[in-house]
Design a protein around this ligand. Structure first.
Ligand code: DGL
Length: 258
């Protein structure tokens, strides 16, 4: 038993899609969410920058007594998780491993991956998927504009629809029916993707696979909270005008932001 909070970080609002899934499964846990809005977007930054920002985020969350760190960001997971695991003692979970495990368990042989430029460039998804399922065919598509449009609260307008149309071409042409949302901002686009593809497609939300794995991890380390109802605290490294509204849409309730 441990009443310290779960620490989560992302470059902005995207990681709230992960927070939402964690809250559903672990309602008694306190959560501290750090959005590194001062450095958003991570998707076009160098690996060195991503590692440095991520290191600072982990330090901030540890100062707030986080008992476990969730990297709710595909870009930071793809480029910084190994360094962070080496440097810090606290358990650290990213979005890639639990999702690859899900794919492996279901023995999926063909998969689409959409993510930021940096994540796709790192090859992290493709390498880990191929290690887990050697014969898997992976179709990668970098979607550089999606996180920014979502962060600025414009995802569900005409602009969102147009970019989704463009980015979905390789999947639509090949009727790919399973796509990993490899950036935590992307669940915001689920409906638009479904509409654009027009056939039955499984959009794999990494927040779900991560939240399930955290539930097991807390149990294994025996660090679950046993209080009745957990709380959330959100910290941003720079004030962000759209954050509150987007957060309300993702979480279906108001949150206080520091
Ligand atoms: N939400 C992030 C991800 O999962 C990053 C988007 C960005 O900062 O470019 O990759």
């Amino acid at each position: 038993m441990n009443e310290n909070p779960i620490g989560i970080f992302d470059s902005g609002v995207g990681g709230l899609t992960v927070l939402a899934e964690i809250k559903k499964r672990l309602p008694s846990e306190d959560i501290i969410y750090l959005g590194d809005t001062a450095h958003f977007p991570y998707g076009d930054k160098s690996k060195e920058d991503i590692v440095e920002y991520s290191r600072e985020n982990v330090k901030t969350l540890i100062k707030k007594h986080a008992k476990i760190i969730v990297i709710a960001c595909g870009t930071a997971t793809s480029q910084a998780i190994d360094v962070l695991k080496e440097e810090f003692n606290v358990p650290i979970v990213g979005i890639i491993e639990p999702t690859v495990q899900y794919i492996k368990e279901r023995n999926i042989k063909e998969i689409g991956v959409i993510a930021t430029e940096g994540t796709i460039r790192s090859g992290a998804w493709e390498n880990k998927l191929k290690n887990a399922v050697p014969e898997i065919h992976v179709i990668n598509k970098a979607c550089p504009m999606l996180a920014t449009i979502a962060e600025e609260g414009r995802a569900l307008g005409e602009e969102g629809r147009q970019v989704i149309k463009e980015y979905m071409k390789p999947f639509k042409e090949n009727k790919i029916d399973k796509i990993i949302l490899g950036c935590t901002h992307y669940p915001i686009y689920e409906k638009l993707i479904d509409e654009e593809l027009g056939y039955n497609v499984e959009l794999i939300n990494t927040g779900v696979t991560v939240a399930n794995s955290i539930k097991d991890l807390l149990k294994n380390y025996d660090i679950q909270s046993i209080q009745k109802k957990g709380s959330e605290e959100v910290i941003l490294t720079k004030p962000e005008p759209y954050f509150k509204d987007i957060a309300k849409n993702i979480l279906n309730n108001e949150i206080k932001i520091k």
